[in-house]
Design a protein around this ligand. Structure first.
Ligand code: UDP
Ligand code: MG
Length: 134
């Protein structure tokens, strides 16, 4: 099934000028980048986006981090896009990510792991709506 998922190139990767490398990587994996925009969100917006993690010890740092600089938000489209994107991103902790995955190649640490990807079709719809409804 052709799906859409939300991808974010996080501040650590934008800061290191990795936007075009990461976009090329997605295209080489046969994703269509249906929408893309560079934005900087507020801490409050980050808190809303990551509300699912509100009870986690890393929540506060995570919200500060995602709002700390520009990010690129994209709608990726393709066959099985949600799980396929999770696969090519790699594990949350770059140290545990498989070779050839984005987080293995570019992630600095578990918190500065370069990319976000929706974890289910339902969350993908919510997250796309969060960034692209206006
Ligand atoms: N995170 C963190 N410390 C942790 C776990 C997660 O800083 O111990 C951050 C990390 O940036 C991660 C985000 O919180 O990407 C969301 O966590 P989640 O478990 O949903 O990982 P993901 O779905 O991004 O792989
Ligand atoms: Mg997640």
């Amino acid at each position: 099934m052709v799906e859409q998922t939300l991808s974010i190139i996080k501040p650590d990767a934008i800061e290191r000028n990795l936007e075009s490398k990461i976009k090329t990587f997605f295209e080489q994996k046969n994703f269509k980048i249906a929408k893309s925009k560079k934005v900087q969100i507020t801490k409050e917006e980050a808190a809303e986006f990551y509300i699912i993690h509100q009870t986690k010890p890393f929540y506060e740092d995570l919200c500060n981090y995602l709002s700390s600089g520009p990010i690129v938000v994209m709608v990726l489209e393709g066959e099985g896009a949600v799980s396929k994107n999770r696969q090519i991103m790699g594990a949350t902790d770059p140290l545990k990510a498989e070779p050839g995955t984005l987080r293995k190649m570019y992630g600095i640490s578990i918190d500065k792991n370069s990319v976000h990807g929706s974890d289910s079709l339902e969350n993908a719809k919510k997250e796309i709506n969060f960034f692209f409804s206006k």
